[in-house]
Ligand binder design. Structure first.
Ligand SMILES: [Zn+2]
Length: 266
């Protein structure tokens, strides 16, 4: 099975990412990632952008695409023309928002111009949801699954990706996916470092599996690792353990290829 990773981070030569990569049994480098991808049958990855909006800072190796990330380093000086220039690129497959860290509601009217650009390019808006995120503090009311539902209803022509499936608010997350067809989710960010399924209490895994099943279709869930936060091999095994094997092809490949429109990588 050819695997697409719908959610990773890739900023080389950055102390924080270097450190968490080592903790997860990896190296934060293109060479290492390329080698791991080859070994694990991973054919493509989508980088959730961080740190800068400069076009030259978002040149990635051919096996990676990216979502232009509007994190704390750029949030107060957003240049819509520049975002448009990113979205014009084939390698830029969406926009990534971080409301829990930056304290805003993604359904706020002030975001309408940004969403219009995303709609024009038919590229999704990926949103950090849930509490997962290393050591950083997130304010739950801005990144709980329900805010995606409100945005999806208010901006029905946009497509939203609920990153981390609202971890650990899985029931709420599944409700939003059930109600809004313009919402999908990635399953990244549940493991950190070298963890496995057995690191969690049974009730956590049961709630996660039940919530995934309750959505009613398997067409809007995507495998994602949050590399370098988690070990890639562990994450593939973990995801296989929570998804029925009949649906692996969709979750590990087809859904991401369709949702992020990666025509050449499926
Ligand atoms: Zn992430």
């Amino acid at each position: 099975m050819k695997i697409i990773d719908a959610h990773l981070h890739f900023v080389e030569h950055e102390m924080y990412f270097d450190r968490i990569a080592i903790a997860a049994g990896h190296e934060n480098s293109e060479k290492h990632l390329r080698k791991m991808y080859r070994e694990l049958g991973m054919i493509h990855g989508i980088v959730m952008g961080n740190r800068t909006l400069a076009l030259e800072d978002h040149i990635y190796p051919e096996f990676l695409s990216y979502c232009i990330g509007l994190d704390n380093s750029v949030w107060n000086s957003i240049d819509l023309n520049l975002i448009e220039k990113h979205l014009q690129r084939r390698s830029c497959v969406g926009i990534k928002l971080y409301p829990g860290y930056l304290h805003f509601y993604i359904y706020d009217n002030s975001l309408a111009p940004l969403y219009r650009i995303a709609e024009n390019f038919n590229k999704p808006i990926a949103v950090h949801t849930g509490l997962t995120a290393g050591n950083s503090y997130t304010v739950p009311k801005y990144c709980e699954p329900q805010v995606i539902g409100i945005a999806a209803e208010k901006f029905p022509k946009n497509r939203f990706v609920m990153c981390h499936f609202g971890e650990p608010m899985f029931k709420e997350a599944s409700q939003v996916l059930k109600n809004f067809k313009n919402v999908s989710a990635d399953l990244s960010g549940m493991l950190e470092g070298r963890m496995s399924k057995s690191s969690f209490p049974d009730s956590y895994i049961r709630t996660l599996k039940d919530s995934l099943r309750s959505i009613g279709d398997w067409d809007r869930l995507m495998f994602g690792t949050d590399f370098p936060l988690a070990n890639l091999k562990n994450y593939i095994e973990f995801t296989k353990s929570i998804i029925p094997s009949t649906e692996w092809e969709k979750i590990f490949n087809l859904n991401a290829a369709r949702i992020y429109r990666l025509e050449n990588f499926s």
